[in-house]
Design a protein around this ligand. Structure first.
Ligand SMILES: [Zn+2]
Length: 569
């Protein structure tokens, strides 16, 4: 039933609502050719992601929307004197890519010390990290933090974890932290540990650990909630409101350019400053569309002000909530599992970062307010807690088609899949990890990896799994994600969970239309269909015909949002 509704909407639901009449009329007046398309794309291999007409050669765009899709001859016949013509010369066109879980940390990219490569697989040395942070320390007052970002523990040539002794080489006067790109673990020097009063005798905290070596000494690695102790110690830069605004502005403009460079036309933003986002749009610096996922003050304002998910327009719209975290990290091996991590002594089952009671209360409140709930749940234990809370909220306050969102939804089993399906939940799975993180999967082992990032299982169950790269933890290149879904083979040539492979067509759908469904915008975007927003990507090669291991190397030739070129390669 749900599936049929979905298809019906995408095929025909919006065909009659192309644009308000005044807009068409004013466009006609300005062009003097009222019925001419603004743009036609001809001689392309178009994968529409429309189950009705899966392939086409050409399409026409007017007022930012597709108005016709068909053969080159049919579409050429529509073109008028004022129509722009784009001859794709056989290149491939797909709908604009949609990523449903991403932290748009443009300011980190622009202003912070990056100790790893945000975009690609690249190995670094511990010495290079120490050097970069020393340079930063030289410009930082003693007692203030020196921090490095985008560390990846399995992209280190030294083949070991960075530790407190390495970071003591940076400085003994400054607190020093290296943050894992995954966002759940950090590494500290002796000064930082001392400022926070952490010694080898300090007990772990609920939801986090101070890691120790075989002799019981602190290694400097601190996980999840235990890192809270560092929030209130050490000096941090203080910016004026104007400086903060400028940093945010530049950060947003920067990351928007990166998104369209890789073919992303819609991104679900985890929080961030909503007014900055609107300013960026007003200045013409927002090149991609945003499903804004609120937390804290904005979420409270929605609840108290009676604002539901969906408020906004086709550029900036209020989406599900920001991820409410239930457990730890997949890539950093702290997610909450029902079985212990292979080989860990003493047995370790990961971190749960909330209680069932607190989760029940949060979900009930948000769900009742007409807002799409969204929780970060990686391990099977956390997914079970999330589903339990949503099932309870639905029993108490039934709401049709609520589409509760599960960010990550990494480790599943048959019972969880049945419950996900029954609730109509929308999971956003890691995408680029399959290529980027094979060096971590060995720590879970072959058996568990058969049930992780389970695209095949979820799609077969009729669950519209979507893409959620989770940048900064994962690179955001959609083509790297698609290659990973299709091959399950990593940069190192190892394959994990081959049973979860999906086809190229399915991977494109996951990365486009399923993302639109997750933000309740399937009538508006996600496929190349007359009436929908003209968001599309021109690719140098066809992912269906290149070797599967080369999909990530396909070039994005052009990214078009609302009929306008946002990126040209
Ligand atoms: Zn996240």
């Amino acid at each position: 039933m749900r599936r049929r509704d979905f298809m019906g909407l995408t095929a025909a639901g919006v065909a009659g609502a192309v644009a308000p009449a005044w807009q068409q009329r004013s466009a006609a007046e300005s062009h003097g050719h009222g019925t001419d398309p603004d743009l036609v794309v001809l001689n392309a291999t178009v994968y529409t992601v429309d189950p009705g007409v899966r392939r086409a050669q050409a399409f026409a765009v007017k007022n930012g929307r597709f108005i016709a899709v068909g053969s080159t001859a049919q579409i050429r016949a529509l073109a008028g004197r004022s129509t722009q013509r784009f001859d794709a010369r056989g290149m491939t066109v797909v709908p604009g890519f949609i990523d449903c879980h991403l932290h748009p940390e443009g300011t980190t990219l622009l202003y912070e010390v990056l100790v790893g490569n945000p975009y690609e697989v690249e190995f670094v040395t511990i010495d290079s990290i120490v050097e970069k942070l020393r340079a930063k320390a030289a410009q930082t007052p003693a007692g203030s933090w020196v921090e490095g970002f985008f560390f990846d523990d399995t992209k280190v040539k030294d083949k070991r974890l960075i530790n407190v002794h390495d970071l003591d080489r940076v400085s003994t006067e400054h607190p020093v932290a290296v943050h894992h790109r995954g966002g759940h673990t950090s590494f500290y020097n002796g000064k930082a540990l001392a400022l926070a009063g952490i010694t080898r005798d300090t007990a772990d905290r609920p939801g986090g650990t101070f890691d120790r070596d075989g002799a019981g000494d602190l290694t400097g690695r601190v996980t999840d909630r235990a890192r809270d102790v560092f929030d209130t110690v050490g000096g941090r830069p203080v910016y004026t409101a104007a400086q903060t605004a400028e940093r945010e502005q530049r950060g947003l403009a920067h990351i928007s350019k990166q998104f369209v460079r890789y073919g992303l036309t819609s991104v679900h933003h985890e929080g961030g400053d909503l007014s900055m986002l609107q300013d960026a749009r007003a200045r013409g610096e927002l090149l991609h569309r945003v499903s804004y996922e609120p937390d804290d003050a904005v979420l409270e304002a929605m609840i108290t002000g009676g604002i539901h998910t969906g408020f906004g327009d086709e550029w900036v719209r209020l989406g599900a909530t920001a991820e409410h975290t239930v457990d730890g990290s997949f890539s950093e091996r702290t997610m909450a599992m029902s079985q212990p991590y292979p080989g860990r002594v003493p047995p370790y089952r990961g971190n749960i970062t909330t209680t069932q009671d607190n989760l029940n209360a949060w979900i009930q409140r948000v769900h009742r307010a007409g807002i799409q709930v969204n929780c970060h749940a990686n391990g099977d234990v956390a997914i079970d807690m999330f589903l339990t809370a949503v099932e309870r909220a639905q029993r108490l306050f039934p709401r049709a088609d609520a589409r509760p969102k599960i960010t990550h939804c990494t480790l599943i089993n048959d019972d969880l899949v049945r419950r996900i399906k029954a609730l109509g939940a929308v999971p956003a799975l890691f995408t680029t990890y399959a290529y980027y993180n094979p060096d971590k999967f060995v720590l879970y082992g072959a058996e568990l990896m058969k049930r992780c990032m389970a695209f095949r299982t979820l799609l077969d169950a009729g669950v519209p799994a979507a893409a959620g790269c989770d940048f900064s933890p994962g690179p955001f290149a959609p083509l790297m994600g698609i290659q990973g879904m299709v091959t399950r083979t990593g940069w190192d040539g190892t394959t994990w969970g081959a049973n979860q492979r999906i086809s190229v067509d399915e991977a494109i759908r996951v990365s486009t239309l399923n993302g639109a469904w997750a933000s309740r915008e399937e009538a508006l975007k996600g496929s190349i269909v007359a009436g929908k927003l003209a968001d599309f990507v021109v690719l140098s090669d066809d992912p269906h015909t290149v070797a599967a291991g080369k999909i990530k190397d396909i070039r994005v030739v052009r990214t078009v949002v609302g009929g306008s070129v946002a990126y040209q390669g």
